[in-house]
Design a protein around this ligand. Sequence first.
Ligand code: PGA
Length: 248
Amino acid sequence: MTNNIYFIANWKMYGSASSLNYLNKLINLSKLKKYRNAKIIYFPPFTLIQSFINKFKNTKIHVGGQNCHHIEDYGSFTGSISSKMLKELGCKYVILGHSENRIAGETDEDINKKIHSALNKNLKVIFCIGETLKEKRKKITFSVLKRQINKGLKSIKNFNNILIAYEPVWSIGTGVIPKDKELEFNVSKIKRIISKKTRYKLPILYGGSVNNKNISNLKNIMGIKGFLVGSASQSSKKFIDIIKKTIN
Ligand code: PGA
């Protein structure tokens, strides 16, 4: 077991070539011994992946894709990117199962196929799960998480390259985060579901409105190995602040 703490910057459909100028301070921070356990991974839009990879050359910051097609090589799928293509660019990771894609129609079965394709190409997978507000109110959070995990990870044999991002959908982009107890409880439930599938302890990350203010509290939640940061990651000042406050 390592003591790595993951800091995932999910830029969604934001960013332009000029955004790269903001990354110098982050690169400097990543080189400091104090932050050696910080695993920083950027997920820019596909259009900026190559530039980010060039920018982070000779650093320990990695780059990943925000999604991929379930066909792992090449094919006639207009508008899609495969895991092979991400790998060829130099990506190490891919985010799969993000709620914004689930809402757009991605099913548990689709996600499962994508996870298989990513693992076949030696990408590490950030597998997102989480309940909607409606599901939380109906008190079916546990069964939703169980279904997402069991279907999403169906027939997976090697769990070494999988990280789980627990992202309550009602917390993404809303500024609302779960209460400490609730978060701790759900993380422990997720661990229990996973322990029935594998002995390997998958790192569990939290995502949903993480910012440089609530991080001081979130970092104390038991069982969390890092954070998936959306909007706050587009400001390198805020993202640096999140890393500094987590590792102090
Ligand atoms: P947020 O996004 O930090 O802006 O809430 C998180 C995510 O969508 O992964």
